[in-house]
Design a binder for this molecule. Structure first.
Ligand SMILES: O=C(O)c1ccccc1NCC(=O)[C@H](O)[C@H](O)COP(=O)(O)O
Length: 271
């Protein structure tokens, strides 16, 4: 059965072809070389999760599952609110057709803060990795459900070439096992089912048990309360990628602070 990723891949391949025709490899690589200095993404999460929780706070206007999430959408102000609230890193959606994102949002959000930034988009070509670096991204996302092993390795190599980190996203055991062939130990366990869009925290509970102990795990999607975070932390997952629940708050800084209060520190991941 086709998933939302199949539909996204179709339009992304067209988008990539158009962009590459406008800016060839030489041009995009020259822009990447002139990008701002890389901020250490994985290292920031590692440090934060030693002392409490590592939070990747997502600047997310809309989504395929929820439609419009936040009307009053100012990426720079939201980034600042996340930083003030104690977020470790930012994730900024740049995909327009499904998430109403934009590359300018990443640039504006990153310029407003000192936090490392993940470009949250659907990558199918190393050209997009150079494009991400040119925008200022410090980390890219590799979605194992969307790419084969060869492409995953190419995207990761490109990220390493540009000095960036790669967050490897998995939804099930098969994808987690495939991720072991990559070098990155930053593994995002996405709780969202790509067929139904439902989120189930059991996904993190199941996969955290069988992940390689050296991996740093990030539980993604469907996290709303301090209890959710404590629950995930009790399975050794002390980093989180959170969008919707924070984006729906009037006071984003205060909501971020409240979510991160009283971290469960008893069962640390091996880092
Ligand atoms: O958010 C969606 O509806 C979605 C649908 C299909 C593919 C990906 C999708 N989201 C990307 C994400 O991974 C989330 O934005 C991220 O994990 C934060 O999730 P949440 O806290 O539930 O907004």
């Amino acid at each position: 059965m086709a998933t939302v990723l199949d539909r996204i891949k179709d339009y992304k391949l067209e988008e990539i072809a158009t962009r590459k025709a406008e800016r060839g490899s030489e041009q995009i690589e020259s822009a990447a070389r002139s990008g701002p200095r890389v901020r250490p993404f994985g290292e920031a999460l590692r440090k934060a999760s030693r002392q409490g929780y590592g939070l990747i706070a997502e600047v997310k206007k809309a989504s395929p599952s929820k439609g419009l999430i936040r009307e009053d959408f100012e990426p720079a102000a939201l980034a600042k609110a996340y930083e003030d609230g104690g977020a470790t890193c930012l994730s900024v959606l740049t995909d327009a057709p499904s998430f109403q994102g934009h590359e300018d949002y990443l640039v504006a959000a990153r310029d407003a803060v000192d936090l490392p930034v993940l470009r949250k988009d659907f990558l199918f070509d190393p050209w997009q990795v150079a494009e991400s670096r040119a925008l200022g991204a410090d980390c890219i996302l590799i979605i194992m459900a969307a790419v084969d092993d060869t492409l995953a390795a190419e995207l990761e190599d490109a990220a390493r070439h540009w000095g960036m980190d790669a967050l490897i996203e998995v939804h099930n055991q098969e994808e987690l096992e495939r991720s072991a062939s990559l070098k990155s130990q930053l593994i995002g366990i996405n709780n969202r089912n790509l067929h139904t869009f439902e989120t189930d925290l059991d996904t993190t509970r199941r996969l955290a048990r069988i992940a390689e102990p050296q991996c740093m795990l990030v539980s993604e999607s469907g996290l709303f309360t301090p209890n959710d975070l404590a629950d995930m932390a009790s399975y050794g997952t002390r980093c989180f990628l959170i969008g919707e629940s924070l984006m729906r708050q009037d006071d984003v800084a205060e909501a971020t602070r409240a979510l991160l209060a009283n971290p469960l520190t008893a069962k640390a991941t091996s880092l």
